[in-house]
Write a protein that binds this ligand. Structure first.
Ligand code: ZN
Length: 251
């Protein structure tokens, strides 16, 4: 499993999910030099610094004990006027696709509805037969298009890396996930968050390689990370990019 907001192993999947507000990034950093656990709260992000040797359960416990303090700090930030709302999507809106921003051009009253990338724009043809309210129709068509692109693109990259890494997943699909970019189950089925299609190509490759590496190691052991690094030497940059840009990759 690859967590979107949380840096934890699946077997410890307990506390934070229940009480951390949505869109809050949770980051755990362990270090050998550190002797105590420290919690830093910033707008939309909780960072936990912990000694390398301490167990995950103790960290979770410690963080959970500070729950109300963390929540009140986050709530304090939320009251500040920060542009959190996603603006309605319309002509001229900027959309992220494979790491680049494209202005949206909407052509109304068309014979049929479809979406294309043309001359540096994402062009949405809106059929005159559309039944839904205009805004809902735009949202729906774009999501459908993004999902199709994600499915096609990620399947291609998975095929590509399967040939190089020598492992074949049993199935590849894209889904909606609130808190992860991808996952791999014990039946060797890989699933990816469709929002990844908004990220840069090398970031998507990292997530593909990450999940493909779970076909050999169903954990985040040093051996697992060695395998990731073998095929994606700069994976730490991509990992950081995802942590920093998670809030932009949303729908
Ligand atoms: Zn993982």
């Amino acid at each position: 499993m690859f967590s979107l907001f949380k840096n934890r192993l699946p077997q410890h999947d307990l506390l934070q999910d229940d009480w951390l507000p949505d869109n809050t990034e949770y980051q755990l950093t362990r270090s050998r030099r550190r002797k105590t656990i420290e919690i830093q709260v910033r707008p939309g992000a909780v960072r936990v610094l912990a000694p390398a040797a301490i167990s995950q359960a103790r960290i979770d416990h410690f963080v959970a004990a500070k729950q109300s303090w963390i929540k009140s700090r986050l709530a304090g930030f939320a009251q500040q006027p920060v542009a959190q709302e996603i603006p309605a999507i319309d002509n001229g809106s900027e959309l992220l696709y494979l790491g680049k921003r494209y202005p949206l051009l909407i052509l109304e009253q068309q014979e049929s509805s479809n979406v294309n990338v043309e001359q540096g724009c994402i062009v949405l043809h809106l059929s005159h037969r559309i039944r839904r309210p205009r805004e809902a129709a735009i949202h729906h068509l774009l999501e459908q298009w993004y999902r199709q692109q994600a499915e096609q693109y990620i399947r291609n990259r998975t095929d590509y890396w399967a040939a190089i890494m020598g492992d074949q997943p049993a199935a590849v699909s894209v889904r909606s996930y609130r808190r992860k970019w991808g996952c791999c189950n014990s039946r060797a089925e890989l699933r990816f968050n469709w929002l990844l299609i908004m990220a840069e190509e090398e970031v998507i490759d990292y997530v593909v390689i990450h999940e493909m590496s779970h076909l050999q190691h169903m954990n985040h052991s040093p051996q697992f990370w060695q395998r990731v690094a073998r095929f994606c030497p700069a994976y730490k940059n991509s990992k950081r990019w995802l942590q920093q840009h998670a809030f932009q990759l949303r729908w």
